[in-house]
Design a protein around this ligand. Structure first.
Ligand SMILES: NC(=O)C1=CN([C@@H]2O[C@H](COP(=O)(O)OP(=O)(O)OC[C@H]3O[C@@H](n4cnc5c(N)ncnc54)[C@H](OP(=O)(O)O)[C@@H]3O)[C@@H](O)[C@H]2O)C=CC1
Ligand SMILES: CC(=O)[C@@H](O)[C@H](O)COP(=O)(O)O
Ligand SMILES: [Mn+2]
Length: 406
């Protein structure tokens, strides 16, 4: 029997954030299909030992590290008799993401640090597998414009957005038109949310939550920042903004629904009464493999979903008083791009402060709310303008943290 992938030419991949959780899942899929994917470049930031072992296993031609790590990593490569070219810092990230030989860029750096290289890949017309939702939250309009102008392909690997993508008509998937241009009978997008580790706890429990409790996601194994975002439901707020830009849908037509089992990864509702959903085990290798092979299908190594064991799938409305961050995302989208940048920046600072043990989990929403209130309406037309709002909002968030601890 012919394999469904027998005609796919080998693709050269750059993995931005290869040392992280999405990096792990991507490399796992790549290692199952060495004939289909060649890792041209990888990036890391603090985990140099892990980056080295990735270089040993996948032998990329390029590796990007922070400026401060260049000398020590060069020594590590030399000790390991590896000769890949070292790229440095933010410029190195953009260089890797735009290399002529790179077909596909996996955007999996966490936070605002991932924006410039993701935008560079979009401007260079690459196929982008987007995990770094913060890039779209900060620069949705700019990113989509760059994708259109350069003919880049933007394939979501965030599980919910990948699920929605899979349930959309082919014309929309292939960027021939957007839901805004022609709604294809689409009524609403349904974004599922697990509710995180505090779904069945009170706001008082959340106030007392330890770092270990907050990062213990009930269904997914992920990096620390996104795990805290899931605990506050800021993740769903960021995903709401991400979905609005990705699918050209106003947030009023995107509804968040709590689905604690994380089996239905999101849904598209059509005017004829149909709800199309994508189901699967909660393992990122499924959306990653889907995007890597799109429009074909490859195996991912994910444990098969046992349909007969799915006796209980629940769907309930989120509590916006308990999960204030979700409401803030709707508010930021109503305000405009400047407010989304401010919210994202504040959240990154507040989450890090929580992970440092400086504030309580519930302070994150209060800090985000205060920074959002201070955000000044302004047009956002360039990366420079985005970075300026980002910088100011970070300073404001630091001030809120200092005030809390005064
Ligand atoms: N994990 C998941 O299942 C999902 C993640 N996402 C999104 O994907 C992105 C990555 O998440 P995840 O893999 O969990 O995060 P991790 O924290 O596990 O990995 C983050 C990656 O970014 C690198 N990094 C961190 N800071 C910088 C910086 N300043 N400059 C350059 N590189 C940096 C890290 O390097 P190092 O480790 O060497 O320090 C690491 O490679 C996030 O935007 C997240 O929201 C979306 C859906 C699901
Ligand atoms: C795997 C993934 O895409 C994460 O964004 C996940 O969805 C987090 O789960 P919740 O934010 O729904 O708790
Ligand atoms: Mn997600």
């Amino acid at each position: 029997m012919l394999s469904s992938t027998h005609t796919i030419p080998q693709k050269n991949i750059a993995i931005m954030g290869a040392t992280g959780s999405i990096g792990d899942s991507t490399l796992s899929v790549v290692s199952q299909h060495p004939d289909l994917y060649n890792v041209v470049g990888v990036t890391g930031f603090s985990r140099l030992d892990k980056l080295l072992s990735i270089c040993q296993q996948f032998e990329p031609s390029y590796v990007c590290v922070a400026k401060e790590k260049e000398t020590s990593f060069a020594q590590m490569l030399s000790d390991a008799h590896l000769s890949c070219k070292i790229l440095i810092g933010e410029q190195g990230l953009a260089e890797l993401a735009t290399l002529a030989e790179v077909d596909m860029v996996v955007a999996a750096i966490v936070g605002a640090a991932g924006l410039p290289s993701t935008l560079a890949a979009a401007n260079a017309g690459k196929t982008i597998l987007l995990a770094n939702k913060e890039a779209l939250v900060m620069a949705g309009e700019l990113m989509i414009k760059a994708v259109k102008q350069s003919n880049a392909k933007l394939l979501p690997i965030d599980s919910e957005h990948n699920a929605i993508f899979q349930c959309l008509p082919t014309a929309v998937q292939q960027q021939r038109n957007t839901i805004h241009d022609d709604n294809h009978g689409i009524k609403k997008l349904w974004l599922t949310a697990s509710g995180g580790p505090f779904l069945y706890k009170t706001l008082d429990d959340m106030k007392r939550a330890s770092i270990a409790e907050a990062v213990k996601h009930p269904n997914w194994s992920m990096g620390q920042k996104i795990s805290v975002d899931s605990a506050t439901m800021m993740n769903k707020g960021l995903e709401l903004i991400e979905a609005s830009f990705l699918f050209d849908m106003p947030v009023s037509e995107i509804e968040v629904v709590i689905h604690p089992q994380s089996i239905v990864h999101s849904m598209v509702e059509y005017n004829d009464g149909s709800f199309l959903a994508q189901l699967g085990s909660p393992d990122m290798r499924t959306p990653i493999a889907h995007a890597m092979a799109y429009p074909n299908r490859i195996s991912s190594g994910v444990e098969r979903l046992d349909i007969f064991k799915l006796s209980n799938l629940n769907f309930v409305q989120p509590d916006l008083e308990k999960f204030k961050c979700l409401g803030l995302a709707y508010q930021a989208m109503q305000q405009g791009s400047y407010a989304c940048i401010a919210l994202n920046a504040s959240n990154e600072i507040a989450v890090q402060a929580f992970l440092n043990g400086d504030i309580r989990l519930t302070d994150i929403a209060d800090i985000n709310e205060k920074v959002l209130l201070q955000a000044e309406k302004q047009p956002i037309g360039s990366l420079q303008a985005i970075l300026a709002v980002d910088k100011l909002s970070r300073e404001q968030a630091h001030q809120c943290i200092a005030d809390l601890n005064a």
